[in-house]
Design a protein around this ligand. Structure first.
Ligand code: CO
Length: 496
């Protein structure tokens, strides 16, 4: 057996374990009965340990070392070695006992956060958050970096991205968005939203979501739709990418948006070609690129007039109260702008400001420029600067998101990058499919899907995010596509 064959076989072993782990995770977050949780944690811990040992094994190290000097490999094989090699080195750089201490601290920290959020008691969470920051700083040192330890953490979610680059994108974006939001509020005409009021039976909402997913081109013979508290999408292996969503009785479009968002992630997963399965390349190019797919379907399709023209009759067939609703009325009502305290409820204009705030705080925390004790006050001050609103307590402020409780520093920027990538990629879609709006209004959403398959999905992790973006759009990350999209759309809706 050649080294290459042995290497591929080794990756398949890891892939099979990861499939099992993903399926157990999916089950845990959808159907697992309460009493099964404790044993499930043990099973997951065991499987994760075996997968981890395979990933940091000397055997894999030798394969990589040998293959990294081989010059007759295909593009995909080279990419696989680059991606797997990086994961191998990152995991290997953390001593096992430090990693074990981290995972124990992580689960304690997460439950402390849950409790602290419930009672809005930051003090309860503070020592745990301190530990998570300390671990992250230690990991950054072990991973290595050139100028800023935060870069080493970003690398986990957005390969190739740096603090410096993020700053150069955020500054111009903030300078455009903050005054634009002020103008919308002071000079704009806010659309009426009464049309969205009402109560909507969950079973009917589910029927609607299934029809939307089908129209998007989601393959139900390679996935399924379930409901959960915090919606997510997961690939549990080749040909099985599952969507979960959440329905709210008196907010019909919350469920539809959530389904389209997760559906966008799922189409990416279903679009990974079989030859990349279990090769280390069977996933999104980055968290940001993944989020570009979900945000594109959620906002640039789902909250636009062409889609709503197609969707209104379907909506009316399930909910007859919308029989006489004009798509234009829905469009305006769905696109109001309100600076809010909570990121996950934010509209597409103010959303990125929430992310900039987190980036600013995270980067300072990791570099020790703010202390954890001051964090709740620093948070409030930043909310006022970015969004002009101040939370009344920490549950609605610094405690609102789970990410920091498990030490996920460096993750938030992916949410913003997703929006920016989406706008830049979508501008290219418009250029290459001139009659896109007409096709979508006729329900031919598959024209978009086919384009995304060809330009984005089929590569998996073959290219790093910036390289992929360059190939798709012909340029590096450029936030002006996003600002143009936002100002055009909302100037029109708010009659500026
Ligand atoms: Co998402």
């Amino acid at each position: 057996m050649t080294t290459l064959t042995a290497y591929k076989k080794h990756l398949q072993e890891i892939g099979k374990l990861e499939s099992a782990i993903s399926l157990l995770h999916w089950d845990q977050r959808t159907y697992l009965p309460q009493k099964g949780l404790a044993a499930r944690a043990l099973v997951l811990g065991k499987l994760a340990r075996i997968a981890f040992e395979l990933l940091v094994s000397d055997k894999l190290g030798h394969y990589l070392e040998e293959l990294e000097t081989q010059d007759d490999l295909s593009l995909e094989e080279q990419a696989s070695i680059r991606v797997v090699g990086k994961a191998y080195r990152r995991h290997k750089s953390i001593p096992p006992d430090i990693y074990e201490q981290f995972t124990i601290a992580q689960s304690r920290s997460e439950s402390a956060w849950e409790q602290a959020k419930k009672t809005s008691d930051f003090e309860l969470f503070r020592p745990h958050l301190q530990k998570m920051v300390d671990f992250s700083r230690q990991f950054a040192q072990l991973y290595g970096y050139e100028t800023n330890p935060y870069d080493a953490l970003l690398e986990e979610y957005e390969p190739g991205m740096t603090t410096e680059q993020l700053r150069s994108v955020i500054e111009p974006l903030r300078k455009k968005l903050v005054p634009f939001i002020k103008r919308l509020r002071e000079e704009g005409t806010r659309p009426r939203t009464e049309i969205l009021d009402g109560t909507f039976p969950i079973d009917k909402q589910e029927e609607l979501s299934l029809r939307v997913l089908k129209a998007m081109g989601y393959d139900f013979s390679a996935g399924r739709l379930d409901t959960t508290v915090h919606p997510f999408t997961i690939s549990t292996g080749p040909q099985d990418t599952r969507v979960t969503t959440r329905f709210i009785g008196d907010n019909l479009f919350s469920g539809i948006s959530s389904t389209m968002h997760e559906g966008g992630h799922a189409l990416y997963g279903q679009g990974i070609p079989p030859e990349l399965h279990w090769s280390g390349l069977d996933g999104g190019a980055s968290f940001g690129i993944h989020e570009s797919q979900s945000r594109m379907w959620e906002n640039m399709i789902g909250k636009q007039l062409p889609f709503l023209k197609f969707f209104q009759p379907i909506l009316a067939s399930v909910f007859p109260e919308f029989a006489h609703t004009r798509p234009e009325t829905l469009y305006n009502a769905l696109n109001t702008v309100t600076p809010s305290l909570i990121r996950i409820e934010a509209d597409e204009v103010t959303y990125n400001l929430h992310i900039m705030l987190r980036f600013e705080l995270e980067e300072q925390l990791i570099n020790g420029r703010i202390s954890i004790t001051d964090l709740p006050e620093v948070w409030k001050d930043a909310m006022k600067r970015y969004l002009g609103v101040v939370p009344k307590d920490d549950a609605h402020g610094v405690l609102q998101d789970v990410h920091w409780s498990t030490g996920m520093f460096g993750y938030f920027p992916s949410y913003m990058l997703g929006n920016l990538y989406a706008a830049q990629i979508f501008a290219k879609v418009r250029e290459e499919i001139p009659d896109l709006d007409e096709q979508i209004a006729n329900g031919k959403l598959v024209v978009l899907l086919s384009w995304l398959r060809k330009q984005v999905h089929r590569f998996g992790k073959t290219y790093e995010p910036q390289e992929l973006l360059q190939r798709i759009t012909g340029e590096r990350l450029n936030p002006s596509y996003f600002t143009r999209y936002i100002t055009d759309k909302y100037s029109q809706i708010y009659k500026l």
